[in-house]
Ligand binder design. Structure first.
Ligand SMILES: *Cc1c(COP(=O)(O)O)cnc(C)c1O
Length: 455
């Protein structure tokens, strides 16, 4: 009886020899096709054993179509384009900065060809990959020297490991930051092999707190830009210039982890002042570290810029080898920095800057067009409107600043706000919105074109 039922199942070989198997074998390889077909047959067998009239494919073509659909599904890349309407311009979970066309082209070209990554073309001899961008960073910031690693966390780790291994680093209690859970300053310091010497209090740290902490075992004074929060009210911290002067008088290096750190003065793009690498170095700071993919608007990278003798030591640290960037990153970073040589061009071409500086009228026009399309999409099922909203720069830049924006707000007759959020995430090109005040919104500051809505 059981055998009778199972006799309806085809053999793997018979399906493999069917003409329509040829295309999927060419696409996915014989081994994966065999496994996929076997899985379909096995699952049909289990169904039939439970219920002998369970529906199973009727023809060989149908069996192969089933296996083919599963194979296509498993071959789809997990990393995919999404539309950021979350109200955060450089959203860490969504890949932070979108890089410029120029930077993307440079990365693409570097990816598909050999490049002079560590090759001095004039001498025909081995070169240093830092040479590709060091000159540009120095020109843009006034630094004496610079080096680049995988990200800013790596920059801080490498600098501390080089300059303070087995020694103490003084940090104010008001600056023991955590960025998005994965970067906690005390943890990075511990991993670098240096000992955290906390001084002052959360809201107030004075120069004398640093003074009292200096001992023979202190190797560096570290300041971390309080990227994603501000301490307001009854507060005090010595200025960079005061700490720099103090550090110099003690013969200690002074490093600032600037985090988001702009490389250009962004007030010229109509944005609020954000401390630049150049301003920081000019105030007497010895070393500055920043991320490449925050306000700078480039690829993920960490830049260390400052005093030549210190950067030279950092470059010689063997840990640098483990933290270095690949050719694609360096190509994209170089192209991004080249754009900054002409700030007008940077403002036009670097998406992060362009989106932050975008006029509110322009954002509203996009929101209105998007609302028309979405309204057509849902018909009578939903109420779609354009509302004034606020968004954030993200990645710790300008944390206290709510930037004006416009959102498309949607109320659906059958779906809750969370249900709508899920529905938009489930589209072919997922759209990431947010729910605020129980209302589902798509923030439009980060959206310049709408073709993704039509698909
Ligand atoms: C973002 C940030 C970091 C971490 O930088 P990554 O490039 O993400 O590694 C470290 N310090 C500060 C102050 C930051 O803002």
């Amino acid at each position: 009886m059981e055998n009778e039922t199972l006799r309806k199942l085809p053999s793997v070989d018979s399906l493999l020899s069917h003409s329509s198997s040829t295309t999927i074998v060419a696409e996915y390889g014989r081994d994966r096709v065999v496994s996929a077909i076997r899985r379909e047959i096995d699952s049909a067998r289990r169904l039939l054993l439970k219920d002998k009239s369970a529906p199973i494919p009727g023809s060989e073509g149908e069996w192969i179509a089933l296996a083919s659909a599963k194979l296509a599904e498993s071959a789809r890349p997990k990393l995919m384009k999404v539309i950021n309407c979350a109200g955060v311009v450089t959203h860490t979970n969504l890949g932070r900065s979108i890089i410029s066309e120029e930077a993307a082209r440079a990365a693409h070209n570097a990816a598909i060809s050999n490049v002079n990554l560590e090759y001095d073309l004039a001498k025909g001899a081995r070169g240093d990959r830092d040479d590709l961008v060091e000159g540009l960073i120095c020109e843009l910031t006034g630094a004496e020297s610079a080096t680049v690693v995988n990200n800013n966390a790596a920059a801080v780790l490498l600098a501390l490991n080089t300059l303070a291994f087995g020694k103490e680093a003084i940090v104010s209690r008001g600056e023991l930051i955590e960025i998005g859970g994965s970067f906690r300053l005390p943890d990075i310091m511990a991993k670098s092999g240096c000992v955290l010497r906390e001084v002052g209090t959360t809201n107030r740290t004075h120069l004398y707190d640093y003074e009292n902490a200096v001992s023979g075992n202190v190797a560096i004074i570290l300041r971390a830009h309080t990227s994603n929060y501000r301490i307001i009210g009854f507060t005090t911290q010595p200025k960079d210039s005061e700490l720099a002067e103090f550090a110099r008088s003690k013969g200690l290096p002074f490093m600032v982890d600037l985090g988001s750190g702009a490389i250009a003065d962004i007030t010229r793009f109509g944005l609020p002042y954000e401390q630049t690498i150049g301003d920081t170095l000019r105030s007497g700071v010895d070393l500055v570290t920043v991320s490449g993919d925050k306000l700078l608007g480039g690829p993920q990278a960490g830049i260390i810029a400052g005093r030549r003798d210190l950067v030279t030591l950092i470059k010689k640290n063997h840990l640098k080898r483990a933290l270095r960037c690949c050719k694609m990153t360096l190509a994209a970073l170089e192209a991004t920095l080249l754009l900054y040589l002409n700030p007008e061009k940077a403002a036009r071409s670097i998406p992060t800057l362009r989106l932050l500086a975008r006029s509110l009228d322009n954002v509203r026009a996009t929101a209105e067009e998007a609302a028309r399309i979405i309204s057509r999409m849902f018909g009578q099922e939903a109420e779609v409107s354009v509302i004034a909203d606020t968004c954030q720069a993200g990645s710790g830049a300008m944390p206290e600043l709510d930037m004006p924006s416009y959102s498309v707000a949607i109320r659906h007759k059958k779906m809750s706000a969370d249900g709508l959020a899920k529905w938009f995430r489930g589209r072919g090109i997922p759209v990431i919105g947010r729910v605020k005040d129980d209302l589902f919104r798509l923030d439009m500051r980060t959206v310049e074109t709408l073709e993704w809505l039509e698909e």
